[in-house]
Design a protein around this ligand. Structure first.
Ligand SMILES: Nc1ncnc2c1ncn2[C@@H]1O[C@H](COP(=O)(O)OP(=O)(O)OP(=O)(O)O)[C@@H](O)[C@H]1O
Length: 228
C-alpha cells in the first residue's frame, strides 16, 4: 500500500527531517510511528499525502509513484487518503454535518450520496446526534470523532492520524482509538504518529520508531520504547 525508498527530506531552512527512509506498509496494517519530538514523524506522514515532497527518494501509494502525478492531480492522490490532525481542523462556521459534507462536495459527489454517506459516517463514529451542532459546541473528543468521520467519508484506503489523541484526556483517547480500530478492522490502513506510551503498549500493533530522520526500529506488536 505504501512504499518509501531512500527518502530524504531537507526543508528550505536546511533542516534534514528524513534521512534515508525505506519502508513498506501493507494494505490493512495498523502502524504506530513513535520517536522523540522533532524526529521526523510528521514529515514522514506528509510524504504519504503529499503535504511535502521528498528531496530525494521515491514514495509510492497504492503502487503509484507520487512524483509522477502532476501538481493538479494531487487531489486525486488525496482521495485515497484521509488525514486526522491533533487539533481537529474543523471549519468553525459550518455545522458538523456540513463539515463532513464539504469533504465530499469538493470531490463532486452527488447530493444523494453525500446525504447518505455523511449520516452513515457520523453514525459510525458515534456522533450522529450532533449533526446540527457547530464545532465549538462539541468537546475535544467529539470534535475528533467528527474529524475522523470527515477523513473516512470518502472511503479512503489509508487514514493518517498525526497525534490524534494529543489534545485529549486519556479516557476520551481510548474512545478515539476504538473508532480507529473499528475503521482498521473494516480494512483501512492506519498510520498513526503518537507520543502515547500507554496506547502503544496497550493496543499492540506494528511500531516504527524514527530518530533523527531514520527508522531505528520496526517491530510487529512492539513497545513504545521511550520514557515519558
Ligand atoms: N516546514 C518546515 N520547515 C522547516 N523545518 C521543518 C518544517 N517542518 C518540520 N521541520 C523540522 O524538521 C524536523 C522534523 O520535524 P517533524 O515535525 O517531522 O518531527 P516530529 O517527529 O513530527 O515532531 P513532534 O513529535 O514534535 O511533532 C524538526 O527539526 C523540525 O523543526
Amino acid at each position: 500500500m505504501i512504499d518509501m525508498k531512500g527518502v530524504h527530506k531537507t526543508y528550505a531552512n536546511g533542516v534534514t527531517a528524513l534521512n534515508g527512509v525505506d519502508v513498506h506498509i501493507d494494505s490493512g496494517e495498523f502502524v504506530y510511528l513513535v520517536g522523540p519530538s522533532g524526529a521526523g514523524k510528521s514529515t514522514f506522514v506528509k510524504m504519504i499525502f503529499r503535504g511535502e515532497k521528498p528531496s530525494t527518494g521515491i514514495v509510492k501509494v497504492d503502487n503509484k509513484d507520487l512524483s509522477t502525478y502532476k501538481e493538479r492531480h494531487i487531489p486525486k492522490v488525496r482521495r485515497k487518503i484521509g488525514v486526522v490532525y491533533q487539533d481537529f481542523k474543523l471549519l468553525p462556521k459550518l455545522t458538523i454535518y456540513e463539515n463532513v459534507a464539504f469533504a465530499l462536495e469538493v470531490i463532486e459527489e452527488s447530493p444523494k450520496i453525500i446525504r447518505d454517506r455523511v449520516m452513515e459516517v457520523l453514525d459510525l463514529v458515534g456522533i450522529k446526534d450532533k449533526a446540527r451542532s457547530f464545532p465549538d459546541e462539541l468537546s475535544g473528543g467529539e470534535q475528533q470523532r467528527v474529524a475522523i468521520a470527515r477523513a473516512i467519508a470518502n472511503n479512503p484506503k489509508v487514514v493518517i492520524a498525526d497525534e490524534p489523541t494529543g489534545n485529549l484526556d486519556p479516557e476520551t483517547s481510548w474512545g478515539i482509538m476504538k473508532v480507529l480500530e473499528d475503521i482498521n478492522q473494516k480494512g483501512t490502513t492506519i498510520i498513526m504518529a503518537t507520543h502515547s506510551k500507554e496506547i502503544v503498549n496497550t493496543i499492540k500493533r506494528r511500531v516504527i520508531a524514527i530518530e533523527n530522520g531514520r527508522i531505528v526500529r520496526d517491530e510487529a506488536g512492539g513497545e513504545y520504547g521511550y520514557e515519558v
